[in-house]
Design a protein around this ligand. Structure first.
Ligand code: PLP
Length: 379
């Protein structure tokens, strides 16, 4: 099997699995228990938190362990918007966001919030348009660092520069597809989220990093764990294993970048040799995501054709492919409608090899030959 759907999820690193197993076996105690075993377990948990703090080069920010980026986005966006409601009710976001941010923001519309969407020009966030959306009613800006469908990189530091003139605005960033691939602009973000299974950790591992913990409205009530922000018995083995995944991913980041950059160039070059096909992903996007457009053919048909050859790729994103008829992110980035329907995402991680890429290109050429007439008619 050749697995090229690493934006959907990645294969867990054996070291992460080992940590999870060992901690579960030896430290299964409740870290809130007052006895010595509870205290030891709690120490392990706090050690994991502080290791992550060091790796991410955090200053005063708090780290909250969650079940994933979906929960982190929900907790922050809902809690922050509600706590700032007396000061303003406008949220700025973009059509590129993951459903865990976009649908949360949209749910807030029914509570009376106004949602505005920043536009994109030539694949880049339009900063002038962003500035035009800002006014005294804006309290929350929710954007992502790297888009999960096209690999577009958003200018987080420049956005923060603009926001310096709007001190009551909280700037929340989804760093799910950038951590382990790019250096995170930690000082430019008021809060951000990570998801363990996107960088060879485990599913159900998430982080919310936040600089104003006390100012937010809680949405999960109970025993007051995770600074009262996320009640529920803490999954210590999961969180310690996440800290391991964070350390490994950061230590391998630069090497992974150059290796995947090489893969991306090869793949894009191969696509450019096949008349009618499009490279949707941007040259200045992240190297681990390549998006290919097959005009006139449905993305699902292409995914199935690769599946028959034991190659896993995906249409848009695993989360939106089951829901949306057409991809909102590709549309916001002005990909033509005929190409959107036939878009396929190929994504790499540290286990992707040169022979995976060679095989993918051979199968791509084969599928192209079979579908050439359909593609030609659509162009
Ligand atoms: N944000 C982005 C950009 C993603 O790609 C994903 C997962 O696809 C998520 C958030 C949700 O992450 P999780 O699966 O940890 O809830």
């Amino acid at each position: 099997m050749i697995y090229l759907d690493n934006c959907a999820t990645t294969k867990p690193d054996p070291e992460v699995l080992k940590t999870f197993h060992t901690v579960n076996e030896k430290y299964y105690f409740n870290p809130s228990s007052p006895h010595h075993k509870g205290l030891e377990t709690n120490k392990l948990l706090e050690q994991a938190r502080s290791q992550i703090r060091d790796i991410l080069k955090l200053k005063n920010q708090s780290i909250i362990f969650t079940s994933g980026a979906t929960e982190s986005n929900n907790l922050l966006i809902t809690g922050m918007a509600r706590s700032k409601k007396p000061f303003g009710q406008t949220i700025i976001t973009s059509h590129l966001e993951h459903p865990s941010a976009l649908e949360t923001v949209r749910a807030l519309e029914s509570e009376g919030f106004t949602v505005k969407y920043v536009e994109f020009k030539d694949g880049r966030l339009d900063l002038e348009h962003f500035k035009s959306l800002l006014n005294s009613d804006v309290t929350l800006v929710c954007l992502m660092h790297v888009n999960n469908v096209m690999g577009a990189i958003l200018p987080i530091t420049s956005i923060k520069e603009v926001l310096k003139n709007y001190p009551k605005v909280h700037f929340h960033v989804d760093c799910v597809q950038s951590f382990g691939k790019l250096e995170l602009p930690v000082d430019a973000m008021d809060s951000f989220v990570l998801s363990g299974h996107k960088f060879n950790g485990l599913k159900g591992q998430g982080l919310l990093v936040f600089n104003q913990l006390k100012t937010i409205t809680h949405t999960v009530f109970g025993g007051g764990q995770e600074y009262g922000f996320r009640s529920g018995t803490v999954n210590v083995a999961n969180d310690v294993a996440l800290s391991r995944a964070v350390r490994i991913a950061e230590s391998e980041r630069t090497e992974l970048y150059s290796r995947t950059q090489h893969f991306k160039e090869q793949l894009e070059h191969a696509v450019q040799q096949l008349p009618g096909l499009y490279v949707n992903s941007l040259e200045e996007g992240v190297p681990h995501i390549v998006n290919i457009g097959f005009p006139g053919v449905k993305g699902e048909v292409i995914v199935n054709a690769f599946s028959k050859e034991d190659i896993c790729v995906s249409t848009t994103s695993a989360c939106s492919s089951k829901r949306a008829k057409f991809n909102e992110a590709l549309n916001a980035l002005h990909v033509p409608e005929t190409v959107i329907a036939g878009s396929v995402r190929v994504s790499f991680d540290k286990y992707t090899t040169q022979s995976d890429i060679n095989r993918f290109i051979t199968v791509l050429q084969q599928i192209y030959r079979e579908m050439k007439e359909l593609i030609k008619d659509a162009v």
